[in-house]
Each structure stands twice: as C-alpha cells, then as structure tokens.
Design a protein around this ligand. Sequence first.
Ligand SMILES: [Zn+2]
Ligand SMILES: [Zn+2]
Length: 266
Amino acid sequence: MSWPADYHMHTPLCRHASGRPAEYAARAVAVGLTEIGFSDHSPMRRDDFDNWRMRFDQLDEYVESVRRVQKDSTGLTVRLALEIDYLPGHEDWIRELAVRHPWDYLIGSVHYVSDSWAVDNPEDIAKWKGRDPYEVWAAYFDRLTEAADSGLFDIIGHADLPKKFRICPKEDCGPLFNRFLESAQKKNVAIELNTAGLRKDCQEIYPSRAFLQLAAQRNIPITFGSDAHAPVEVGSGFVEAVALARSVGYNRYCRFFKRRRTESPL
Ligand SMILES: [Zn+2]
Ligand SMILES: [Zn+2]
C-alpha cells in the first residue's frame, strides 16, 4: 500500500526541533512516504510572545529551506505550509502571514487557552492544578471552534490536544466535539490525525476514536501528520493512524497544493 502524506513536521527554526529539513525528507523516503509537508510553528506578531517558534525575520529563511528540499528531492513531493496558532484577536496577523508566501496549506492549531497558557506545554503543567479539567477543555474547544469558524485554515491540528497529560474531564465532552465539528463541516475545513499523541502520556492519536467517529459521520475530510520534531519521527504511528481512520469508515484522505484540496484513496 502507499502511505498517506505526512503533513505535519517541524524544523530547528522553532527552537525545539532537531535535524535539517533534508534529513526529514531523507527519512520520509526511507520509510516509503511519497509526499510530506513542512508545517513549522509560525511567527507571532511579537517575537517575544513565547520561545518555541521562529522569529518573524526567519520566515523567508524557512521558506527557502523548504524550497531547497523540494528542489533536491526526487520521488518525494514536498509541500510548504505553516502550523499557525489560533488566538482570538490574531486574525489580522494570520491573514498577513497567509498572503506572504504561496503556502500549500495552513494548519490552524490551538495551544493557548489564554494568552499565557499553552495546554500542551510541560512548563505550564502546574497551571492545571486547582482547575476543573472540563473548564479547560471547554475553553480550548471554544477556541478550536472559533478557529474553524474563522475560515483562515485548511486543516485544524491535533483536535483534542488537552488530553496530552491525561488530565481529562469526567463530563461527557461529546457536545464540545460536536459544536467544533459542526463548524468544521460548515466551513469545509479538514482535521488531522496527529500521531504525536502516541509518543506522549495520553498514548493515543489526536483525536480519539470517539471524536473521529463523530467526524466521519459528518464526512469531515482528514489529513495525517506525525508532528515530527526530529527526522526519526517522520511517518511514525502511520500504521495505527491509517487503521484508526479506516475503522471509523474513512477510505479517503486529502492533499493540498496552493491551498487547493484534492482527495486520494486511503
Ligand atoms: Zn512543536
Ligand atoms: Zn501543535
């Protein structure tokens, strides 16, 4: 079988990934992938917003580094993309980024549930203490729904990220999932199966089977991403991800070129 494209990987410009882009591409070829996309953490309007992304003055360098890999790769399609943080009020900045280069796709991700708390950041894990997990998840899904509603993104990243540290609400989160999925359906935005969760405390793909079943019922298109922060992670967990997608009824996944979506058999 042929593997779906791996549309989520990083470069050292984000300051928490290792390996040159050419090494990610070489690993992709070695594990039998035919298409990948770089989607590094985009800059914020303010470079001092946090310390885990490229600076704005590195954006052109990022694009050039991906272009070089595109040119040097034979038998491997390489797409140019960004993983952009969605925060309310950042829409104009995201629009500025979107027109700056001919991106193949933009992944919209929510990491921040407030201006200073990224739910997946181990350095912020103490912030969960004394908080009702449901409130945190609800705040996260409010933002995720806004990200889908914004129409700014082609793909929504790692949809149930707050489960990373296994701090999960006792309440039924189905209504939170459904409200997001309703927006994703209305705005025709894809979601990704992100295998990084397999490498974290939660030890499962983002999003969960229960979530993905709801997505499949609505025919929400899907992409696949390893969220590789090192070359060895490219394509990791794809056996499990493809099996999960098929088990809830998916037989197609999507690919992007210059922000146009096409579907391929899975
Ligand atoms: Zn990262
Ligand atoms: Zn992310």
